[in-house]
Design a protein. Sequence first.
Length: 239
Amino acid sequence: MEVIAHRGNTFYTPENTMASFLSAATYPVDGIELDVQWTKDGVPVVFHDEKIDRTTNGSGWLRSFTYKELRQFDAGSWFAERFRGEKIPSLEEVLEWMKENHLTLHMEIKKPPKKFEVLLDPTLHLIDEYGLSKRTVVSTFHHPVLTYMAQEAKEYFQRAFLTKTPLFRGIRYANAIQAHAIHIRHSYQAMQFYPLWAKSGIPVRAYTINREKEALRCKRLNVTSIITDDPKTMTSLFK
Ligand code: G3P
Ligand code: CA
């Protein structure tokens, strides 16, 4: 069973920060999941919400700030005083660190702007420049991004569609949009589909699995990977 650290070591550190990724990597995880959005001046940064209010000391829409402006905010002290000074990382900062390890990068593209290509293309190019495209999985709820990537012959990136509910014809759908994997919110309903999908050979990654009982259930049902806020507990179970 693969263990993927959701936004880093989210239970113990401020999500989507370098502190969180470094902390997650002290456990034998297989990969790191993070969220990517673009600043007003087109810099890809690692951040979950559309607004910066919950996880920084600032306020407003992430997209309304330039990269330089965003770096003024503190992304650690909301979680605990000892993390004061953490910044919103640029994707490049994470790639710089990733090239020194062997982890898989699960990059979720958050709600993209209408003309996402002009931002997505240089971002993928950047990952490629760092030599990381072969161990990057691009996932998103915005499936036109995946279709675009497939059409534009971005073959060297793995692509996964994200879904909150199981699709009855999940495999057929994955084939239609040329996705390599299904990333799904874990639920009782989703569990009914895991064995069928596993049989077809498509990787199935379930989020967000934080309870041991659920993790063991996923394993029994042949889920490929769990995406968790608690890499410490989950790696102790499976590694
Ligand atoms: O990768 C799955 C998961 O991260 C999707 O939901 O809201 O945690 O980004 P969210
Ligand atoms: Ca995510």
